[in-house]
Design a protein around this ligand. Structure first.
Ligand code: AHM
Ligand code: MG
Length: 342
């Protein structure tokens, strides 16, 4: 019988792969894993507790109403990063301004910056459908002791030293990369540990799943409309029509496509010229993971990981999946000549 390898054991074993001070990034990843378990516990009992489930009445920086679990997850991850002492700055989807932690005693020598969406897919919480946490880790560019700068906070996706997601689904999984492949860990609730279940994850080279909110069809650019029609055509040789699968939780949609092959698309629309999804804590970390698994991530015109961010909550269109399918979408976009929405 094979022995279980826990996330903690795996991180320590892989420390040698880290380019910088090894123990610090390990501790940071471990802290995120612990907060994930706490959040998972609350999500699992969400339907039971009126006080936890439901709206707080507050709105987040985008004017969207926040559910209590969003707020809870935000608090848990920030508290874990604060008390862990390895993170000097955290940017969260739920906070308009990033939070500097350098002054909080234990973090005064911290070298890492974390961008996090504490609970993504929040419209799915109340209906018992998978939600996720997405995180991205950078190393500060300025020296410890100096004032943090824009260059520390707004780094491009290629500078990520690690990224990951937690999917709170039929089982809870943590999937992460430090730039040397992707590994997935499933939470074993009986021992309360994430255990290595999906070593060296690779996205299949071909896929037959497309994931897009087709309700917005009329507002999509022509190239995306044409691609959707292509997916629906009957062509046994290319196994079309493809299957449409859209959960509305980006983590869950990307996770499924990572395992089965597929493309996730959230394009710009007539109403949202930059799409809906955020670069720093949604698209960049998932792009890093999918590229590390052998796939591709583009806005339609550029590689997501190469974008130089201008602001923390920047939005970008996203086309993420196995390379063959992403390339096909890009071909349709390039051939549609205009970005016309008609
Ligand atoms: P959120 O951060 O408010 O939860 O929004 C992000 C989510 C993604 O997980 C998902 O892919 C997308 O919004 C779904 O949006 P839509 O309902 O417009 O299809
Ligand atoms: Mg989100």
């Amino acid at each position: 019988m094979k022995s279980l390898k826990t996330l903690g054991q795996f991180i320590i074993e892989k420390q040698a792969d880290f380019p910088y001070a090894k123990g610090e990034l390990s501790r940071l990843l471990r802290d995120i894993g612990i907060a994930a378990k706490i959040v998972n516990r609350e999500i699992n009992k969400a339907g039971l507790i009126d006080d936890i489930l439901g709206r707080t009445g507050d709105t987040n920086v985008f004017g969207e109403s926040q559910k209590k679990l969003d707020v809870y997850a935000d608090e848990q991850f920030i508290a874990a990063l604060k008390s862990g002492g390895e993170c000097c700055f955290v940017a969260s989807e739920e906070q308009e301004e990033g939070i500097e932690l350098v002054d909080s005693g234990i973090s005064k020598n911290a070298k890492y910056i974390v961008c996090i969406d504490p609970l993504d897919g929040s419209s799915n919480i109340e209906v018992n459908v998978s939600v996720g946490t997405i995180f991205s880790i950078y190393r500060r560019k300025s020296a410890v002791g100096e004032q943090l700068t824009q260059e520390d906070v707004l780094q491009c996706g290629l500078d990520q030293v690690a990224a990951g997601y937690i999917i709170y689904g039929s089982s809870t999984m943590l999937v992460y990369t430090t730039g040397k492949g992707v590994n997935g860990f499933t939470l074993d609730p009986s021992i309360g540990e994430f255990c290595l279940s999906h070593p060296n994850m690779k996205i299949p080279e071909t896929g037959q799943i497309y994931s897009i909110n087709e309700g917005n069809y009329l507002k999509f650019p022509q190239g995306i409309k044409n691609y959707i029609k292509y997916c629906q055509e009957v062509d046994p040789e290319s196994k079309r029509p493809y299957t449409s699968r859209y959960i509305g939780s980006m983590v869950a949609d990307i996770h499924r496509n990572l395992l089965l092959g597929g493309v996730f698309i959230y394009p710009q629309t007539a109403l949202q010229p930059n799409g809906k999804l955020r670069l720093m804590y949604e698209c960049n970390p998932l792009a890093f993971i999918i590229e590390q698994a052998g796939g591709k991530a583009s806005t339609g015109t550029e590689r997501i990981l190469e974008i130089i961010p201008e602001e923390l909550h920047q939005r970008v269109p996203a086309i993420i999946g196995n390379t063959e399918m992403v390339d096909k979408v890009l071909e349709f976009i390039a051939n549609s000549k205009t970005i016309s929405y008609v």
